[in-house]
Design a protein around this ligand. Structure first.
Ligand code: G1P
Length: 298
């Protein structure tokens, strides 16, 4: 097995029912944060962490994802002709981010089933998994996937990103039962998929990024469909835990909850307010919205 982590898998096959009707025709992973699709942030995080090859798991009808990462010759010549060189460079850079490969999940049988499709792609190498609908904002220069890669360099085995959530949200996530280990990591004893607050062993939630040894694929082959009749990645991790150690790494950063409508809008406002060209105008409008007595000037 290679020690350098250069391969990543991004599951992006799901229906995105929480964002209907938008997701009827457009993949939820292409929903924008200001003007960039969420999935592009995820690919950029992988690339900034040292990933060179990315396998995106899609499903029928989500081909717009492929188009987003492919060159767009007609658009590029139009931008060239109209002298929009900065935009042209930005558009061209998208198709050069990484070597991106695609595989279709024929039936939506769950996250575990989607990851299972990456077995040949991963071969004998460690592989990072990044969920395609979640943007993580690192608190340092090292992206969250990079933080997992650094943790893997210390412990030499699978590592899962964890983040604390309030008790009322534990039932939305995989929740870790873990003990403090060396190197600032946590050693997993167990993992429960979406437990009720009473059953949750902690408030440490699995947070959309994983780094696995090839052992995960043997575990995925052995698990039966679980919660909601889907092959759960969490169930495969539980099996893997019995065969080799698995660590948890508390992320230094913030997760943007784009699955909920309020979370999606709030994230857009926050990302827009970071743009110098939007800050002033948007700031004024928000102030007026919250405090209508504030005058809106041109
Ligand atoms: C999946 C996993 C869950 C994890 C969550 C966020 O759930 O099954 O363990 O906590 O992603 O990373 P989903 O959000 O797909 O329901």
């Amino acid at each position: 097995m290679k020690t350098a982590v250069t391969k990543a898998v991004i599951p992006a096959a799901g229906f995105g029912t929480r964002m209907l009707p938008f997701t009827k025709a457009v993949p939820k992973e292409l929903i924008p944060l200001v003007d960039k699709p969420v999935l592009q942030y995820v690919v950029e995080e992988a690339v900034a962490s040292g990933i060179e090859d990315i396998l995106i798991v899609i499903s029928a009808g989500k081909e717009a994802i492929i188009r987003h990462f492919n060159p767009a010759p007609d658009l590029e010549s139009r931008l060239e002709e109209s002298g929009r060189h900065e935009m042209l460079a930005e558009i061209q850079s998208i198709s050069k981010l990484a070597r991106i490969h695609y595989v279709y999940q024929q039936k939506l049988r769950g996250l575990g089933d989607a990851v299972r499709l990456a077995e040949n792609f991963a071969g004998d190498d460690p592989v990072a998994i990044l969920l395609g609908d979640t943007v993580l904002d690192s608190a340092s220069d090292r992206p969250v996937t990079g933080q997992l890669i650094d943790a893997y360099a210390r412990c030499g085995t699978s590592v899962i990103a964890l983040d604390e959530v309030p008790p009322e949200k534990v039932s939305r996530y995989g929740i870790a039962d873990a003990e403090v280990a060396a190197d600032g990591l946590l050693k997993l004893r167990d993992l429960l998929e979406k437990p009720s607050p009473e059953r949750a062993p902690s408030r440490l939630a699995v947070t959309a990024r994983y780094l696995f040894t090839p052992g995960i694929f043997a575990a995925l082959r052995a698990v039966a469909p679980g919660l909601n009749g889907e092959v759960q990645l969490t169930d495969a991790v539980r099996l893997l835990l019995r065969r080799e150690p698995v660590f948890g790494c508390r992320i230094a950063g913030r997760r943007f909850d784009l699955g909920s409508k309020a979370g999606f809008i709030a994230a857009n406002v926050e990302f827009a307010m970071r743009r110098p060209e939007l800050q002033e105008a948007l700031g004024k409008q928000l102030k007026h919205l919250l405090f209508p007595e504030t005058k809106l000037k041109n």
